[in-house]
Design a protein around this ligand. Structure first.
Ligand code: ZN
Length: 811
C-alpha cells in the first residue's frame, strides 16, 4: 500500500485536527499486532456480488466458504464480518449468530480435526461510502465515470465479505460480479468467464488459483479501456478510463521491464498468472491486491514527465514489488508489517539503480532518508512493532544498508532464500534474519537488534585533529542519540541503542592521494587514529560509502567541504557538504563551491541542492550560477534555481523568473516561477496569479501555487477568480473558506452560492471546506444563513446533515 504525498498547498491552508475515529472491534481483531488463534484453515471462497446499487451504496452477495477444521469436535466457525452486513441465510448450518463484527456459524454437526467444512452465507450489504467498498455515480463530473471498487487496504475486506481477516491464513478464491454490461470487471487471478445476465447486465468471473491472504481480495468495475502488454508470455494489463487510453502506455509501459528486473534480482519469477493495474477515483494511492493492483487515477500527461512524477518513480514499482513482498510472502501479522512495506519501498531504488546507475539508486534513498528523519523527529519507533510509523522509509533504508554491508550477491541470495522458503506463506522478521544466516553464514543478530527491533539511529558528532609531525589524523567520534527514558502516552517504551555498531570506511584526501581506513564504531565515544598520511588532509569523508543511516555533525574547514562536494562520487556526502556550506553565507569560498556545483555537478540532484543553498548568499556570487542553473536541462534544477532567484532578488533575477513563468516547459518550474514572481513583487505579479488560477497542469501544480498566493494576498478580483474555478478541483473552495474564516465577506458570499451549485461535486467540496476551514460557530452561522435560499432537495439535505454534525460534534 502507498498513500499519495500530501498536497502542499492544501497543507498550507488547512489546519484541521484529524477526527479521532473510535476503534471498532473489527480493527482490534483484524489489525492486532500479533497472530490471533483460530480453529480452522481457510481453503477456498466463492464470492458472488450482484444488485450493486449506487444510490444506496448497497449490494447483495453470496459467499461459499470451504475450510478445514483444526480442532477435534469443532461445532462452530467464527468469521470476521462487518456488522453492517445483514445475513439472510447460512446453509447448511444449525444456526448462526452475530457478535459485533463477527459471524458465528454453528455447524449442523461437529467436524473432526482435519475434516472439510462447507457453508454458504447469503447477505445484503448497505455500507457507508469507503467502508470496504467505494461507489461513484456518473454525475457529469469530468474524469469521473460510474464505478465501484474494493478499497480494503489491510483491514477492510471483512466490511464487505465474511472471511478470516488476518493475513496468516491463505486461501484461493473465485469472484463473480454481476454489473451493468458497460462496466468492465477486473479482479485477481485469471478471468474465467464473462456471460450476459438479464436486464442489460453481465456476470464476470475471476479465479485466484494460488493461495493468498484475504486482505488482497479485490475487484473494480468501471467503463475501463484495457491496454494490453506482456511479460515472458504472461498478460500485463492496464485498465484506465477510456479518456485516459492514450496516457496508459507512457505511464505503465515500463511495467514488463520492472517485472523482468525484479525477477532477475530476486531469482524468483513474477509469481502470478497475470498482472493488472487498475485506476480508480479518489483512491488513497495504491494497493497491491494480488495480481490486480488498484491505483489512483492520476495519469500524468506528456508534460508531467519533465517533473519525474511520483506515480512512475515510486508508486508503480512499489506496488509491483508487493507482488513478491506482501503477496507471495506475507507478514504473519501487522507487527511484522515492515516486511511488506519496507521491501516494497526498497525495491524501486533497486530498479532505478539497475536502469540508470548508482546515482539514480542513491537519489531514491536520499528522498527516503529525508522522509525518515522527519518521521523519526515526531516519534521514534522501531521498524518491527505494531503500528510503526516508519515502515516505509526506514524499512527501505535498512534494507539498502543490509545490501551495502553484505554485498549485492549475498544480499540477493538471502532474499531468494526468504522468498522461496516462505512462498505462498507467511514470515516473521526473524525468518528474514534466518534466511540471511542460511544464505551467507552471517549471524546478523546485532543488526536486527539495533536496526529492526530498536528505535533511532546513530547521531554522530566528530572532531578532528591533525598532527603534522606524525602525519596522523585523530577523529574523536561520539554517538549523541538519547534513549527515551520514559514510556510515551501509548504506554510503550522503545529503546534507542546508546551505542550503535557501525562498520564504516573513512576516506582522507591528501595532495598525494586518498587513504581509506575501515573501522567499526561500537562505543559511545572513541578515538580513531589514521597514521602515515602522505600529506595533510584536504578532505575527510566519514562513512565513505554511506553504509550507515546517521546524522553527522563534523566541523570541517571550507576547503575540505568544497573538495568533498566537488569530488565525492556518492550523493549523501555531497548533500551533507551542501548543508554545511549553506551555513557559511559570508564565506566566498563556500559560495564558490556551491556555485560550481550548481553549474556543473555531474548529477542533477546535487546541482538542484546547490542551487537551493545559494538562496542564502549575496547576489553578486549567487546570481551568475543561478542564471546558469535556470537554464539547466533538468526541470528539478531549474525549479530550485527559480525559487532561489526569488529570494536573491534584483532586476536580472526578476527577468529570468519572468521568462520561466512565461515559457518553461515544466509545470513545476512555472509554479515555482509564479511564487518567485509574487515574492519579487514585479508589477505583473498579480496578473500572473490571475492567469495561474485558470491554468491547467498535472495535479494542478500551477493552479495550486496561484491559489496559495491568492489566499496570502487576497483582493476582490482574486476572490472572484477563485469563485470562477470552484468546479475544477477542491482547493478553491478550501481557499475561499480559509478567507471567509478571516472575515472576507465576498468569499463568504461565494461559498453560500456554492452550497446550491448545480454541480453536485461542487456542493460537496464547498460543504467540506466550510466544515473543515471554519470554526464550528461561524460554520453553523453560514450554513443556517444559506439554508432558506437553497433550491435543490439534495443541497437542503446535505446542509441539514452538516448542521446536525456541527450542532452535535462527535464526543
Ligand atoms: Zn505498500
Amino acid at each position: 500500500m502507498r498513500s499519495t504525498p500530501l498536497r502542499l498547498a492544501v497543507a498550507a491552508l488547512t489546519v484541521v485536527a484529524s477526527p479521532l475515529a473510535g476503534q471498532t472491534n473489527l480493527e482490534r481483531v483484524v489489525n492486532g499486532g500479533y497472530t490471533p488463534s483460530h480453529d480452522y484453515d481457510l481453503i477456498h471462497q466463492r464470492i458472488e456480488v450482484r444488485n450493486v446499487d449506487w444510490d444506496s451504496t448497497s449490494f447483495d452477495a453470496r459467499v461459499a466458504t470451504t475450510l478445514v477444521s483444526l480442532r477435534p469436535a469443532l461445532d462452530s466457525v467464527v468469521l470476521d464480518m462487518g456488522r453492517s452486513l445483514r445475513v439472510r441465510t447460512v446453509t447448511p448450518a444449525r444456526s448462526y449468530a452475530r457478535f459485533g463484527d463477527t459471524l458465528v456459524v454453528r455447524l449442523s454437526r461437529p467436524a473432526g480435526f482435519g475434516d472439510t467444512v462447507r457453508f454458504t452465507v447469503d447477505y445484503h450489504g448497505a455500507i457507508r461510502q469507503g467502508e470496504g467498498l467505494y461507489f461513484f455515480k456518473d454525475d457529469g463530473r469530468p474524469h469521473r465515470p460510474q464505478q465501484v471498487y474494493t478499497g480494503g487496504g489491510t483491514d477492510g475486506n471483512p466490511r464487505w465479505l465474511p472471511t478470516w481477516g488476518g493475513p496468516a491464513d491463505k486461501e484461493t478464491w473465485e469472484l463473480a460480479a454481476t454489473v451493468p454490461a458497460r462496466l468492465t470487471v477486473v479482479s485477481n487471478g485469471r478471468r474465467v468467464s464473462d456471460r450476459p445476465a438479464p436486464g442489460g447486465m453481465h456476470t464476470v468471473t475471476w479465479r485466484q488459483e494460488k493461495p493468498a491472504s484475504t486482505y488482497l481480495i479485490s475487484f473494480a468495475a468501471a467503463p475501463f479501456a484495457k491496454v494490453a502488454d506482456r511479460w515472458r508470455g504472461a498478460p500485463v494489463e492496464y485498465y484506465v478510463y477510456r479518456g485516459d487510453s492514450a496516457l496508459a502506455r507512457p505511464l505503465f509501459g515500463a511495467t514488463p521491464d520492472m517485472m523482468e528486473t525484479y525477477s532477475r534480482l530476486t531469482g524468483v519469477p513474477y509469481p502470478w498468472s497475470k498482472y493488472a493495474q487498475v485506476t480508480v477515483a479518489d483512491f488513497i494511492g495504491g494497493m497491491e491486491n494480488v495480481s490486480a493492483t488498484t491505483l489512483v487515477d492520476w495519469l500524468p500527461d506528456a508534460r508531467a514527465y519533465r517533473d519525474r512524477p511520483w506515480y512512475r518513480q515510486s508508486l508503480i514499482p512499489h506496488e509491483l514489488a508487493h507482488q513478491w513482498f506482501g503477496d507471495l510472502v506475507t507478514a504473519e501479522d501487522w507487527g511484522n508489517y515492515w516486511l511488506n512495506e519496507g521491501m516494497a519501498e526498497f525495491m524501486p531504488g533497486q530498479y532505478w539503480g539497475a536502469k540508470h546507475g548508482a546515482h539514480a539508486e542513491q537519489d531514491y534513498y536520499q528522498a527516503e532518508y529525508q522522509q525518515f528523519l522527519g518521521i523519526d523527529a515526531r516519534r521514534r519507533m522501531p521498524l518491527a512493532t505494531y503500528s510503526s510509523n516508519n515502515v516505509y522509509p526506514k524499512g527501505a533504508l535498512v534494507l539498502e544498508m543490509l545490501k551495502t554491508q553484505l554485498g549485492a550477491q549475498p544480499f540477493w541470495a538471502s532474499i531468494h532464500r526468504y522468498l522461496t522458503r516462505h512462498a505462498y506463506g507467511n514470515a516473521t522478521t526473524d525468518d528474514l534474519r534466518q534466511a540471511v544466516l542460511d544464505a551467507t553464514g552471517q549471524n546478523l543478530g546485532w543488526f536486527w537488534s539495533q536496526w529492526i527491533y530498536s528505535a533511532g539511529y546513530p547521531q554522530f558528532v566528530v572532531t578532528s585533529a591533525y598532527d603534522s609531525a606524525a602525519r596522523s589524523l585523530t577523529l574523536t567520534v561520539r554517538q549523541t542519540q538519547v534513549d527515551t527514558a520514559t514510556a510515551d502516552s501509548s504506554g510503550f517504551r522503545f529503546a534507542v541503542p546508546l551505542a550503535f555498531r557501525a562498520p564504516i570506511a573513512i576516506r582522507v584526501g591528501t595532495a598525494a592521494g586518498d587513504v581509506v581506513r575501515r573501522v567499526t564504531i561500537d562505543r559511545r565515544e572513541q578515538a580513531l587514529r589514521i597514521d602515515s598520511l602522505p600529506g595533510s588532509p584536504t578532505m575527510v569523508a566519514f562513512d565513505d560509502e554511506n553504509a550507515v543511516v546517521k546524522t553527522l555533525e563534523f566541523e570541517q574547514p571550507t576547503p575540505w567541504l568544497a573538495t568533498l562536494l566537488a569530488t565525492h562520487p556518492h550523493l549523501w556526502p555531497r548533500a551533507w557538504a551542501v548543508e554545511q556550506l549553506a551555513r557559511r553565507a559570508a564565506d566566498p569560498a563556500a559560495a564558490a563551491a556551491l556555485a560550481a556545483a550548481a553549474r556543473s555537478a555531474d548529477y542533477f540532484l546535487t546541482r538542484a541542492q546547490a542551487a537551493e543553498a545559494l538562496a542564502g548568499f549575496p547576489g553578486g556570487v549567487a546570481l551568475p550560477a543561478l542564471e546558469v542553473a535556470a537554464r539547466d536541462t533538468s526541470a528539478q534544477v531549474r525549479e530550485e534555481a527559480v525559487a532561489s532567484l526569488g529570494r536573491v532578488g534584483g532586476e536580472s533575477a526578476l527577468a529570468i523568473v519572468r521568462q520561466a513563468w512565461r515559457a518553461d516547459s515544466s509545470d513545476q518550474v512555472r509554479a515555482a516561477a509564479l511564487v518567485a514572481l509574487a515574492r519579487l513583487g514585479g508589477p505583473d505579479a498579480r496578473a500572473a496569479i490571475l492567469e495561474g488560477l485558470t491554468m491547467l497542469s498535472y495535479r494542478d501544480a500551477i493552479q495550486n501555487a496561484a491559489i496559495t498566493l491568492a489566499v496570502q494576498r487576497p483582493d476582490p478580483e482574486l476572490v472572484s477568480a477563485l469563485g470562477q474555478v470552484i468546479g475544477v478541483q477542491s482547493l478553491p473552495a478550501a481557499a475561499l473558506a480559509a478567507l471567509a474564516s478571516r472575515g472576507d465577506t465576498a468569499a463568504r458570499t461565494r461559498l453560500r452560492g456554492g452550497l446550491d451549485d448545480e454541480r453536485p461535486w461542487v456542493r460537496e467540496w464547498v460543504l467540506d471546506a466550510v466544515e473543515e476551514q471554519l470554526d464550528p460557530k461561524p460554520a453553523l452561522e453560514l450554513l443556517r444563513e444559506a439554508q432558506p435560499a437553497l433550491t435543490r432537495a439534495e443541497a437542503r439535505t446535505a446542509v441539514a446533515q452538516a448542521i446536525g454534525r456541527l450542532e452535535r460534534p462527535p464526543s
